[in-house]
Ligand binder design. Structure first.
Ligand code: HEM
Ligand code: HEM
Length: 163
């Protein structure tokens, strides 16, 4: 992968747009969860505004995550800041890859559950959603440790573009 001094304006914008969409998907989940319960009981997969919103939000996340991966491949990501212990450097890299993996597998399992009527995919979707929530908390915790303990000013990377 290419190396760069920092994230571009586009990479930063996409990071925050995806973050907002992820929070919305998680907070506003009741409509799709209820609709899916009814679908399991009656076999009727009824479309409603919350269901359509969940599908569109999820599809957008999938598209934008793929775009981000292409940008990351072409343009690269900055090297981790000096001062971060090696084990955390590796963990951070693994966590970023896992986050990308979840941003792709969540919409796919969701589509297989709703469109493909696959119960196992719905179970996987719920499990992956829990994993995503855990990883997002770990991600935010890691940024806080960078700011407050190692004082690397990491958050600036997702605030100031290096185009
Ligand atoms: C809520 C959903 C979020 C998701 C899915 C997410 C995902 C990601 C991913 C995948 C990366 C790696 C980017 C790359 O190298 O290509 C990243 C980087 C980063 N994120 Fe998030 N993020 C989220 C929220 C946040 C929040 C709330 C903050 C601030 C507290 C934050 C701060 C950062 C920073 C500073 C980086 C750069 C880390 C580095 O260069 O080592 N993120 N995020
Ligand atoms: C990154 C994108 C997505 C996130 C973060 C997400 C998140 C969630 C959450 C939090 C729930 C509630 C789970 C629960 O009740 O504990 C849920 C349920 C569900 N989502 Fe998604 N979703 C995403 C994408 C999609 C897409 C694209 C579809 C369909 C095309 C979809 C279909 C479903 C279905 C059918 C359920 C009900 C599953 C069940 O209750 O067993 N999701 N989703």
């Amino acid at each position: 992968m290419a190396q760069t001094q920092g994230y571009s304006r586009l990479q930063i914008t996409l990071h925050w747009v995806v973050a907002v969409l992820v929070v919305l998907q998680i907070v506003l989940h009741e409509g799709i969860a209820d609709a899916y319960d009814i679908a399991e009981e009656t076999g009727v997969y009824a479309m409603s505004a919350p269901v359509i919103g969940h599908i569109i939000g999820g599809a957008l996340i999938l598209l934008l995550a793929c775009w981000r991966l292409i940008l990351r491949h072409e343009r690269g990501a900055p090297t981790p800041p000096a001062g971060e212990p090696e084990i955390f450097r590796r963990a951070g890299h693994a966590a970023h890859l896992a986050l990308y993996g979840l941003l792709i597998t969540l919409p796919v399992t969701g589509a297989l559950a709703w469109g493909g009527r696959m119960e196992a995919a719905a179970d996987a979707h719920v499990l992956l959603k829990n994993l995503l929530i855990l990883l997002v908390f770990a991600h935010i915790g890691a940024v806080a440790v960078h700011q407050l303990v190692w004082k690397t000013g990491l958050i600036r990377r997702m605030m100031r573009a290096q185009d």
